[in-house]
Design a protein around this ligand. Sequence first.
Ligand code: GAL
Length: 686
Amino acid sequence: MTQTDLGRPRPEFVHNGIAFGCDYNPEQWSPEVWAEDVRLMREAGVDLVAINIFGWSNVQPSPDRYNFDDLDAVITLLHDNGIRVNLGTGTSSAPPWLSTQHPEILPMVSDGTTRYPGGRQAWCPSSPVFRDYALRLVEKVAERYGNHPAVALWHVSNELGCHNGRCYCPTTAAAFRSWLEKKYGSIDSLNRAWGTSFWSQRYSTWSEIDTPKLTLSSGNPGQALDFQRFSSDELLSYYRSERDVIRRHSSVPVTTNFMVAAHIDNLDYWSWAPEMDVIANDHYLDHRLPDPAAELNFAADLTRGLANGEPWLLMEQATGAVNWQPHNIAKVPGEMVRNVMTHVARGADAVCSFQWRASLQGSEKFHSALVPHAGTDSAHWRSVVELGALLDRLDEVQGSRVVADVAVIFSWESTWASDGANMPSQSVKSLDQAHAAYNAARDAGLSVQMVSPDSDLSGYGLILVPGLYLVTDAQAARLADAVAAGAHAVVTYFSGIVDHDDRVRPGGYPGAFTELLGVRSEEFFPLMPGDQMQLEWVGTASTGIANSPATLWSENLHPTTAEVMATYVDGQLPGVPAVTLNSFGNGHAWYVATELGADTLRDLITRIASEAGVKRPSDALRFGSDGVEISRRVSAEHSYLFVINHSKEDVTVASIGYELVTETSVDNTLRVPAGAVRVVREDSRA
Ligand code: GAL
C-alpha cells in the first residue's frame, strides 16, 4: 500500500479474480428490465458494473431537488445479487437546467464560438460555477453511498477531457494567466520562455495574455505548448477536487477512466497517474488506423506503464462495433476474446465494456453492448457468456505482473511540441514514430514497458527512444546514465531537438543526444511523401536485416565518435550515414536518422535486443497482428504464459504446465489453434 499525497494509505482496489463488467445505464430502462438485467448479469458472470456515469439530470432533476430513489433501488438490486458497483459521481454531463441558468459554463472553441448543450461534456474545466454545482452533487452522492457495502470503486466523471480538453473562454484565459504567473513569476521570464521577441509578440502585462485562439498565421508555439500543459493540469485539478470530496466520505478507491488511444492526446497522463488509486483505461479498436490491433497492444502496454507495472483495469471496450467511426466494423467470432486477452496479457485485472444493454434511443443506439438489440437469442450474447466463463477460469492470474526488460520512452509533452505547425515535415509525427518503434519491438517478440522520460531507466537492457523531440537536460542525462551503465539505446530521428521551452538546442542536431550518439548533423533533409532512399548496410550490420527503402526523413549526419552502420545509396545525401552506433561508457547507443521500413526496424531491434541479452517470452514464432502475441505475467507463486494466435494457422509453443482456457495439462508442446487464446500456468520445470 502506498501513501497518498494526503499522507494517508492509498486505498487499493481489491476484487476476487479478474473483474468482468460494464457500464450500466438503468435510467434508460424500466424497473422490470432492471430485474431481467441483473438475472442476465449473473448468467454472464458480470461482477462489477459502472453506474450513474451520466446520471446527473436523473438524481438532480432541478437545482434544489435530489432524487436518489432509482439509484438506491439499482444499487440494492445489484448488491443483493452479489454484483459490485463502480459508482460514477455523475458529473460528466450537466443537466439542461444548469446550462440554461448558467450559460457561462459552456466551453468555447479556438475560433471564439461557444459550443452549446445538447451533446455531452459541454462544460468549461475552469468554470467555478460548474465546479461548484458538480462538487455539490459529488458531496451528496458520496455522503449517501460512501460506506455502502456494494461500492467497490469510485468513477470520477467520465473520460475527462474527451470533448472539453481545451476551452478558450475568458474564464479559462484568467485561469491560464494564473497558471502562467505561478510558473514564470515574472512577465520577462514568460517572454523569454515563449520567445516573444519574434513577430513583435512581447507582453508587457499578464492581462494581455489570452488562450491561443485561431490566428491568421501560425501562433506562438511556446504559448500553444504551455496551453496544452495548463489544460491537462486544469482537468487534473478538477479530478482532484471531486476525489477530495469523495475522500471525506469514503475509503473506497477512486479513479477515472483514461483514454489511452491513438486519436486522443489531450492529457499528460504521466502527471495524472500518481493521483489515481488504480489506473483504469477505455480502449476501442480504431479502424481508421492501418493496424488497429497493433494500436491496442501499444495502448495496453502504455496503460500498464502508467500503472507503473502494476495491474490495471480495462474500464471500457466494445463487445462488437462502436458507432463513432466513419465505418463501424463488427468483430468476427473470436476477435473480442483476442482483444480482451491482449489487455489481460498486458496487465489488466478487469475487463469491462460499454455498455450493458444496447440503447434503443440516443446517439449511441447503434453501439454494441453485452445485450444486443437482438436479445439473448443471439451469437453475440452467447459469446459474452463464454467470455465471462473464460475470465472466471483466469481468476488466478489477477495481481500478477508482466515481465518486460525493453523500455520505450513516450512523452505526451514532446508529442504536443513536435506535432505543431511549421515543422520541417508535416508527415513526421512523433506518435507515429512511437508506434513504429513499439511495433518493431512487438513484432520482434519482445515484451515492452512504456516509460516516461522522467522514469528510472536502470534495469532495462534495451531502451527505445522514438522521436523524442522535446527533452529536458535531466531527461537526456538519465538516458545517458543508463547507457553508460551498460544499456543499449536506439534513438530515432528528430529527437533531442528542443528543451523544455521548445527552444532549439544550438550547435547541431540531435541536440541533447549528440554526445551520447556520437553524431552531429547540420541540416535536415526531409523527403516528399512517397519518395524513397535505398540503404546500404555496412559489414556485419547487413546480416539478417531486411533492406527495405527508407522514407520521410534524412539529415546531413556526420559521425564524431560513432561507427556508421548504414548509408544512403541515393536521394539527396548519397553516402551519408543513415544508421550509426556509438559506444558510450559500458553501453551502446544507436541512432536511426531516417524512417526505416517496418521489417527493417523489426530486424534491427531483434538484433540489438539479442546483443543486449534481452530475452523474449518465447522464441521462433512469427509475431505481430497476423502472427502470435506472447507475454508472461508473474506472481509470487506462478508464472503465466499468454499466447494469442492472430494468425490463420495453428501454432505450437514450447511450454509445460496447466492450460487455464481449456483446463488441460501441457507437456512440452502447447498447440494453439488459429485465432485461439491460451494461458499456461507454467510448471517450474519449464
Ligand atoms: C467512451 C465513453 C462511453 C461511450 C463509449 C462509446 O468514450 O466513455 O460513454 O460513449 O465511448 O464507445
